[in-house]
Design a binder for this molecule. Structure first.
Ligand code: ADP
Length: 191
């Protein structure tokens, strides 16, 4: 199975992806985590991406597509893949579709987390205090929300048009409650 966990910044994609990975034995591929590791290691990619990320902007499609191209074959070799934070633009989605098609694969499921915007901002500002992520400042959060509405939401339409199964999940409540909804949706959709 090739799944995408989709949702605005702060919707809990990373938290839920870790649980889905454990329960359904999928390989979790988070482009945000990969980029943060590159920044922490001070690699050339990290140097290019760090400033862009801290401002809340999207890194160039080519950079991120090349990263995924490098990691996808290994991930695809297992039981399935769960993409988190990718694709974030329609061009990234088209590039992903082409990469998967080479192996005779396609996106099977999109799990879209839905959380009211006021809650998202509250969660991100709270996370700023706990984790100190460079892009959890009010200015960068506003920019990330803007990029999400401007570029990323269209990815949902892209897959809806292809007839890919789309599960809209209420992302409010405790992580356990949200995971319970996701688990049920995955089980039903894979019958
Ligand atoms: P969030 O969804 O909370 O913003 P992520 O960890 O998914 O967190 O992403 C953090 C940042 O990493 C993004 O704001 C962006 O700068 C960069 N990034 C991650 N994935 C992508 C992607 N697919 N395309 C472009 N930029 C990305």
């Amino acid at each position: 199975m090739i799944g995408i966990i989709f949702g605005p910044p702060g919707s809990g994609k990373g938290t839920q992806a870790a649980r889905i990975e454990a329960e359904f034995n999928l390989k979790h591929l988070s482009t945000g985590e990969i980029l943060r590791a590159e920044v922490a290691r001070g690699t050339p990619i990290g140097k290019e991406a760090g400033r862009i990320m801290a401002a809340g902007d999207l890194v160039p499609d080519k950079l991120i597509v090349d990263i995924v191209r490098g990691r996808l074959p290994e991930a695809e070799a297992g039981a399935g893949v769960l993409l988190d934070g990718f694709p974030r633009t329609v061009r990234q989605a088209q590039a992903l579709d082409a990469m998967l098609a080479e192996e005779g694969h396609r996106v099977d499921l999109v799990i879209a987390l839905e959380v009211p915007e006021g809650d998202l901002i509250e969660r991100l500002l709270h996370r700023a205090k706990v984790e100190g992520r460079a892009d959890d400042t009010r200015k960068a959060i506003t920019e990330r929300m803007h990029e999400y509405h401007k570029l990323t939401e269209a990815v949902l339409d892209h897959y809806a048009r292809q007839g890919v199964a789309l599960e809209r999940i209420n992302g409010t409540g405790t992580p356990e409650q949200v995971f319970d909804r996701i688990r049920r949706a995955i089980v039903i959709s894979s019958r």
